[in-house]
Design a protein around this ligand. Sequence first.
Ligand SMILES: [Zn+2]
Length: 325
Amino acid sequence: MSSEKLLAIDIGGTKIALGIADHASFSSSGEFQRVEKFPVPELRRPELVIPVIVDRSLQLLAREHPVAVGISIGGPLDHERGVVLNFPHLPGWKDIPLASILAEAFDSPTTLDNDANLGALAEYHWGIGKGANPFLNLTISTGIGGGVILDGKLVHGVASGGGEVGHITVQTDGPLCDCGNRGCLEQMASGTHIAERARELVRERPGEGRRLLEMVDGTIEKIRAEEVLEGYRMGDALATKAWLEAAEYLAIGLGSIIHVLSPERIVLGGGVAMAGDDLITPVRERLRDHVFYIPVDCIDLQPASLGHDSALLGAATMVALEVES
Ligand SMILES: [Zn+2]
């Protein structure tokens, strides 16, 4: 009897997750039979990491070859050719034909997509995005990623460039982004930026930043987005300024997307969006100044419903759909 196992792989900057699912039951439940996570092996280069992924996956599969393999990774990639163009979190991960390497290793059809797209696919099939058309999923953590689903399908566009909402310009003279542009949404509203902005404000006005400083025992460098959120909840003026500035930039970026796509539902996920209504409410309010023609209340803005494994779930969903078609 031929294998009916799906293998999903999520490669992150610090950890790798593997998921095994039975194709038939996954298609109705969205559940894995087994999930395993391990730290990215030392030295972190592709020629050392990929064989470890293959070995650990084969152990998890009990040496059975999977019916299909789905891979999630962050950063720019070529979905059609299955090539990782650049994964900046790990050294040497440039122009790696990962899908064909793993297709050969597992002797199975293998598909690659980025974590933000796959997070969107998971929310669309199994989470709060279900059935929304168009649907936008935004992941706000150390960076900002996005995935767009139109008529039930991910929008990849030319050269797999669709959905890269983190690189919409929201301030023309803003800080330089890794992509070479200035003032990208990712540079103005990610968790990394929220923390940096709060540190900058505390340095400028130390007298007003006492509450934030107390939370980190007086060490400005220890201020993270979590402390900024906590400060915002406590009514701290500097934390509130940094938090609401990020909400404003998110509203500017989302406003641009809304004018193109008019999404039925927008879901905010990732570490920063764990703030729930403390992020959703100010973003919704600020959208009123950045969206015209479309009543803001028609757009359903919601926190993500799936946890940290949404990209792994999306990777399995992607290949489950391919096997069915
Ligand atoms: Zn950028």
